[in-house]
Design a protein around this ligand. Structure first.
Ligand SMILES: Nc1ncnc2c1ncn2[C@@H]1O[C@H](COP(=O)(O)OP(=O)(O)OP(=O)(O)O)[C@@H](O)[C@H]1O
Ligand SMILES: [Mg+2]
Length: 286
């Protein structure tokens, strides 16, 4: 007779992986200057697992950047819980957590120390702070920065002043900077409209850099906020659609990035097509 309890290691189901980001019943409220309450996010439940690449879409003001700020430990929920890399926001040293998260958004670009060259911008991402921290930087950081400049196709920008760079060049440097987070790699990558203001070749170079990053670090979870389906990298596995602070749809990209859900999200009849791994949207019947 076999004793089912004698070999627990062989029979016990594997523990589910710790989500990189877990939002549970999250509501975010703020007050405007007149004291009126605004609901930025309303009852959001969302799990991002290691190795998943999420695209987040929704109309202006839907709450996308607020969701990314929650995931980056930059803001707190009014209600509900947010867990990032296994730590509950509100109970953890946020600075230590942020050192492990690569974050590209407009505020980062605005907050950089003036006069940095491309390599200085990338190095400034090493410790989750905006200024390069000379004392803590070693040759391993320099080597990593050079490898990331190569990965993002930005080698030629290493000695160019960030202020002199074009929008597309800046976005590639900011991506390389975000990839400097963490000991050897970031544990989470957050990109808020990384392709904003880019022309077609620059957009394609950025998408290429995101694909290269996904291949280089297959388990690194990424969340990309975007307005245009054409900007979504083919490595995207999941998508979430937000409207008025509520999740309208979330799940595998192939299901969510489809005509029905996207039309409902934007309140406009659109046809969504996928070809060669990339997505495109146009007005239905157009
Ligand atoms: N601190 C704040 N106080 C009051 N309202 C805020 C605050 N932060 C954001 N909002 C409002 O919350 C809503 C959601 O903002 P959020 O930046 O998350 O939207 P978004 O989906 O990223 O929009 P966009 O596509 O325009 O970037 C907006 O209407 C915005 O004006
Ligand atoms: Mg935004």
């Amino acid at each position: 007779m076999t004793d089912a309890t004698s070999t627990p290691a062989a029979t016990a189901p594997a523990d589910p992986p710790t989500p990189a980001v877990a939002l549970t019943g999250v509501t975010v409220r703020r007050h405007d200057r007149d004291g009126r309450e605004l609901v930025l996010l309303d009852g959001v439940d969302w799990r991002v697992q290691p190795g998943e690449h999420w695209a987040v879409l929704g109309p202006n003001g839907a709450g996308k950047s607020t969701m990314l700020q929650l995931a980056g430990g930059v803001t707190h929920p009014t209600q509900g819980t947010v867990d990032v890399l296994g730590h509950r926001i509100g109970r953890v040293d946020m600075r230590a957590l942020r050192e492990r998260i690569g974050h590209v958004d407009a505020a980062t670009a605005r907050g950089l120390k003036r006069g940095l060259d491309g390599r200085g911008v990338v190095l400034s991402g090493a410790f989750g702070s905006l200024a390069p921290q000379g004392r803590r930087l070693g040759p391993e950081h320099e080597a990593r920065a050079d490898a990331l400049l190569a990965l993002t196709g930005a080698e030629a920008l290493a000695v160019r002043r960030f202020d002199d760079c074009s929008q597309g060049e800046r976005q590639r440097l900011l991506l390389a900077r975000a990839l400097m987070a963490g000991e050897a790699t970031p544990a989470l990558l957050l990109l808020d409209e990384p392709a904003s203001g880019l022309d077609l070749p620059s957009r394609e170079r950025l998408v290429g850099a995101l694909v290269a990053s996904a291949h280089r670090w297959p388990t690194l979870p990424t969340i990309t906020v975007t307005h245009h389906l054409e900007e979504i990298p083919p490595t995207t596995t999941h998508a979430l659609l937000l409207r008025g602070g509520r999740v309208l749809a979330q799940g595998p990209a192939a299901d969510v990035l489809a005509s029905g859900p996207v039309s409902a999200c934007f309140g406009l009849g659109v046809t969504v097509e996928r070809s060669g791994g990339r997505w495109a949207a146009r007005l239905a019947g157009g």
